[in-house]
Design a protein around this ligand. Structure first.
Ligand code: SAH
Ligand code: SF4
Ligand code: F3S
Length: 479
């Protein structure tokens, strides 16, 4: 079937920031689609970062506003939606692998509808590949017009068309999109969309568009409503939360202002991710320091400990300024847990550069890190960098070596809580042991405790009795 291409992604346009103005609009539900999904089910795959998890809550909200009900069994579903991630090649391989498997299901059940959205949908090469090689995908929807999902699904169902609708310019900031949250204890709150950094390895500025901040009044209202509903924790989301508000043209209001305002709300725990060292300023540190309900856990991706590599990555800060920021954080908030992201085997990274990264990890006393081997992303500047000295073997050696050092940091970060009593937000039952509860400390450490279900959703005092590399064991005190 020939696809109907309403809009298709174009990386050249995505690189430019075409839409210079911020537009704020309210989602308007189309009553026409209210019963479209009556007696029908949808199955949702979510890959990628918290931003995608948050988008998936909107996808659920949109689907359920059309009366589709969620199902967990592929054999029973009428619609399959994939919310995908493009950050590294292996993230995309997973999706293509799954799409391959779904071909069989579609053969068995030709009326099944498959839609692919998220960051992969924003890539020209992916959409071309899907149109030619994955006939089982019925429609492709982008990240900027997620709220348009009902129209697209209606079109596919009613006209039996194959449709592509992916915008190459950033859409509006859309408020009041219906959502179904995954948890009634913790909630995501996106505070901004997009990214203007253009780190040379990264696909996100292309797939998510220009930086656009939500208005503070809408964020504060959402947080207040969540607190009133009994939520215990909110996590503010953005690719560079420290740049929040820089795009406002009608007001001066930044991330520190937002933190100060949110701290006044009666919600026990506020987190935020992710931070860009270049925009993390002193007022933001003060805000975290002064607010009891802003948690002492900061994720501060460094990517590399070598100035040469940082420059090639276009990270816009130096090793020295990064260390200075980390020192300031430890000084202002002595109890803080700092974690990071690191890429190894970036083109032109030699042994010296890599050793500088190892030194930095030790120096900064990270209590955790996500570590990655550089992955070429088509259309990004670094995809054209050629360094024949870095073989796959060297890349893996560096990753293993780095992980050894990182794991020591994890362990040290856990050990410092041994025999201490800490506050744990109990989230649910442990996956592996049925009679064990799990939750996180203020410093974001996973804790397992024996206890009754009645504690789920509560913040309890826990005495830590054992510290492992990835988790703590403890006992609830003052029962
Ligand atoms: N906006 C966040 C990061 C989002 S992506 C920030 O700037 O910190 C999460 C992590 O994936 C990045 O921090 C980086 O470590 C990693 N990453 C991004 N692109 C990558 C690539 N092409 N290859 C390997 N790792 C990558
Ligand atoms: Fe990617 Fe850099 Fe933006 Fe993070 S700050 S999303 S790594 S371009
Ligand atoms: Fe992946 Fe897109 Fe997030 S590329 S990491 S899902 S912003």
């Amino acid at each position: 079937m020939k696809p109907v291409v309403i809009n298709s992604p174009d990386q050249t346009k995505e690189r430019k920031r075409l839409d210079k103005d911020n537009h704020f609009i309210d989602y308007v539900e189309n009553n026409k689609f209210k019963d479209l999904g009556k007696d029908k089910k949808y199955y949702l795959y979510t890959y990628g970062c918290q931003e995608n998890e948050s988008d998936s809550e909107k996808i659920r909200g949109l689907m359920e506003s059309m009366s589709f009900s969620k199902c967990d069994n592929l054999d029973e579903t009428d619609v399959i939606l994939m919310n995908t991630c493009a950050i590294r090649k292996n993230a995309e391989d997973k999706v293509f692998g799954e799409l391959g498997r779904l071909k069989q299901l579609k053969r068995k059940k030709p009326e099944l509808i498959v839609g692919l959205g998220g960051c992969m949908a924003q890539e020209e090469s992916v959409v071309n590949k899907i149109l030619t090689k994955y006939q089982n995908v019925d429609f492709v929807f982008g990240t900027h017009n997620l709220h348009n999902l009902p129209n697209l699904i209606a079109r596919v169902m009613e006209n039996k068309e194959r449709v592509v609708d992916v915008l190459s310019y950033e859409g509006s900031v859309v408020e009041n999109v219906p959502l179904v949250r995954e948890s009634n204890i913790k909630a995501w709150i996106p505070i901004m969309y997009g990214c203007d950094e253009f780190c040379t390895y990264c696909i996100v500025p292309y797939t998510r568009g220009k930086e656009r901040s939500r208005l503070p009044e809408n964020i504060i209202k959402e947080a207040t409503d969540l607190a009133n509903q009994g939520y215990k924790e909110i996590t503010l989301l953005g690719q560079n939360v420290n740049a929040y508000g820089k795009d406002f043209t009608d007001r001066t209001y930044d991330f520190a202002d937002l933190l100060n305002d949110l701290a006044k709300i009666n919600i026990p725990r506020i987190r935020f991710t992710t931070n860009n060292p270049k925009d993390f300023d002193d007022r933001q540190i003060e805000a975290v320091k002064n607010a009891k309900n802003i948690m002492n856990a900061i994720h501060l991706p460094v990517q590399s400990g070598s100035n040469k590599v940082l420059k090639k990555m276009n990270r816009k800060y130096s090793k020295e300024s990064y260390i200075e920021l980390v020192d300031k954080l430890y000084k202002a908030i002595p109890d803080v847990s700092i974690t990071t992201d690191i890429i190894v085997a970036f083109p032109y990274e030699d042994d010296n550069d890599f050793n500088e990264t190892l030194d930095l990890v030790k120096r900064c006393k990270f209590e955790g890190a996500f570590t990655f081997i550089f992955s070429k992303r088509e259309g990004t500047p670094a995809a054209k960098y050629v360094d024949e000295n870095i073989t796959e073997e060297i890349a893996y050696q560096r990753l293993y070596k780095l992980n050894e050092v990182v794991n020591e940091g994890y362990k040290n970060g856990m050990m410092r809580f041994l025999n201490k009593t800490v506050k744990v937000l109990i989230e649910g039952r442990s996956k592996n042991q049925k009679n064990v509860l799990m939750g996180y400390t203020e410093n974001n450490k996973l804790v397992n405790v024996l206890g009754d279900e009645k504690y789920i959703g509560q913040i309890v005092d826990v005495k830590i009795t054992d510290a492992k590399t990835w988790s703590l064991d403890g006992e609830i005190v003052n029962e």
